[in-house]
Design a protein around this ligand. Structure first.
Ligand code: SF4
Ligand code: FES
Length: 231
C-alpha cells in the first residue's frame, strides 16, 4: 500500500507530503506501520529517494495515554488503536492534528489542553466528602463519573469540533465533562462551575456531537451536558 504522510521538519517550516511504500499485515496498527517505516537507517520514499525518519509520539501503545493522536484517512484517531485492515483502499493518509501547533511531522503541542484546565482550576479529583447526593441516585452518578474519569486528554474531541479554534475561549467536550465531574463531587463549587461551563462551553456548543463519534474512550458527553443542565 501507499502511505502518504504530511511532514513538517520544524514548527516554522512548510508542510509537504511524502509517500512511502509499505507491505504490512492487516492486523498491524498505524503505530506499528509508522514504526515499520522508521525501522531502517536508510529510509527511502516511494521513488527510492533517501529521507528522514517520521516524527511521531507514543507511550502506552494501548489506547491509554493519548499521545499518538493524529488524523488518519481524514478522521482524528489514535494510531495505536487504528488497524490497517479497517482502513479502506490501498492508500493511507496520515496527518498531524490540525488544531494544534505542529512541532515535527505528526507531533503536535497540545499543552493548551492542560493550560486551560489549570487556568480555570478544573481538575478532576477534587472531592469534598459528604457533599455528594446520597443513596441510589449517588450510585447511578458513580457509574457516569467513572465513564467521565476515563478521559485521556488526547484532544481528538477538539480536533473534530467545529467550534474549537486553537485554544480560544471555547474549551470543548473534555472541559464540559470535567465540569460535570467537579460539580458532582463537590456541591460547593456548583455556582462557580456553572459560570465556567457557560463561558467556556455551554454558550458556544452547537451540539454537532462529533466529539462523541471520535472519542476513543466513548465518553457520553451529551449525558454530562444533560446532568449539568439539570443541576
Ligand atoms: S473526551 Fe474523549 S476525545 Fe476528548 S480528550 Fe477525553 S478521551 Fe479524548
Ligand atoms: S500510544 Fe498511548 S494512546 Fe496510543
Amino acid at each position: 500500500m501507499k502511505v502518504k504522510v504530511l511532514r513538517q521538519q520544524s514548527p516554522v517550516s512548510e508542510p509537504y507530503w511524502e509517500v512511502f511504500d509499505a507491505d504490512v499485515p492487516g492486523d498491524m496498527s498505524v503505530a506499528g506501520l509508522l514504526d515499520h517505516l522508521n525501522y531502517h537507517d536508510d529510509i527511502v520514499d516511494e521513488n527510492g529517494k533517501p529521507t528522514t525518519r517520521i516524527g511521531w509520539e507514543c507511550s502506552c501503545l494501548q489506547g491509554i495515554c493519548g499521545s499518538c493522536a493524529m488524523v488518519i484517512n481524514g478522521i482524528p484517531a489514535l494510531a495505536c488503536e487504528t488497524f490497517v485492515r479497517d482502513l479502506k483502499g490501498s492508500e493511507i493518509t496520515i496527518q498531524p492534528l490540525q488544531k494544534f501547533p505542529v512541532i515535527h511531522d505528526l507531533l503536535t503541542d497540545r499543552s493548551v489542553i492542560y493550560k486551560n484546565l489549570e487556568k480555570e482550576n478544573i481538575f478532576i479529583g477534587e472531592y469534598k466528602p459528604g457533599s455528594e447526593e446520597n443513596g441510589k441516585k449517588a450510585q447511578k452518578e458513580h457509574v457516569h463519573q467513572y465513564e467521565i474519569a476515563k478521559c485521556i486528554k488526547c484532544g481528538l474531541c477538539l480536533e473534530v469540533c467545529p467550534n474549537y479554534v486553537n485554544g480560544q475561549n471555547f474549551f470543548g467536550a473534555m472541559f464540559a465533562n470535567d465540569c460535570y465531574l467537579v460539580a458532582a463531587r463537590n456541591t460547593d463549587k456548583r455556582r462557580e462551575i456553572k459560570e465556567l461551563y457557560d463561558e467556556h462551553f455551554g454558550s458556544t456548543c452547537s451540539k454537532s456531537l462529533s466529539c462523541m463519534d471520535v472519542c476513543p474512550m466513548k465518553i457520553p458527553t451529551i449525558a454530562s451536558m444533560a446532568k449539568l443542565n439539570r443541576r
